[in-house]
Design a protein around this ligand. Sequence first.
Ligand SMILES: C[S@@+](CC[C@H](N)C(=O)[O-])C[C@H]1O[C@@H](n2cnc3c(N)ncnc32)[C@H](O)[C@@H]1O
Length: 263
Amino acid sequence: MPKFNDLDLNNGNWKKYEDILTDSLWIINERDKSGKHSNFYHGNFVPQIPYQLIKRYTKKGGWVLDLFLGSGTTAIECEKLERNIIGIDLKEELVARAKELIASDKIQKHFGLGDSGSEETKKDIQKILKHHKKTGVDLVLLHPPYFDIIKFSEDKKDLSNAGNLQDFLNMFHNVLQNSFELLKSGGYMGVVIGDKYANSEWIPLGFQCMNEAQKVGFKLKSIIVKNMEGNRGKIGSGGIWRYRALNSDYYIFKHEYILIFKK
Ligand SMILES: C[S@@+](CC[C@H](N)C(=O)[O-])C[C@H]1O[C@@H](n2cnc3c(N)ncnc32)[C@H](O)[C@@H]1O
């Protein structure tokens, strides 16, 4: 099997990688707050997610593409782990912030403003890759809005502004199509997504997004379930949510998914 990471498993060395998760259940109780991670952005993910996927699916000097850059959690991990990063977001202030924040000259970094589902953005990224003589990135990381749970902007191209569930899935499909074309053959993709609840019904966004990725041609490698303990919106409200659940017929969201795909 070709080697796609820097983990040295020989001579019993595999035992030293105690921090690398290999189970499909991730319980991460505390956000990594070290270094440049500031947790200012509502809707960011814990740095441990990009850390795990970068270590597992790329080598030093490899290329990572994050099409929902947000506050740049993936970019900070790339800088730390010396991987090159291409990050895209619709929000200008976030792109500007990433450019300022990620200053290391040990890596290549490109942060762009754009709709990650558009042909234009795909072509811009292809130009960057061509300039660096790369045919595709090694890892794509996607942390889209969980449909309309958090509104990120007023922009109609923002997935959180999709008019209905089908529109959201269509918009995400376009991002997946671009991801497929920008990923090298044999490369990996991680999708971080949670479900939602609306009109007394559980909406399985995670599985619906997984189906879209499979339609595009990705091969599913793992469905990881991660705890959402410590999710800011719910902090301190455990009691009232538990009362509401006991008084009704549903269960409180405590998990989200990290879906691993291969091209
Ligand atoms: C869940 S957040 C990502 C958070 C990021 N992982 C972090 O740790 O900060 C989703 C991001 O996707 C962006 N976004 C939504 N629709 C987009 C689109 N069509 N193209 C590019 N970015 C988009 C939003 O502006 C938001 O910053």
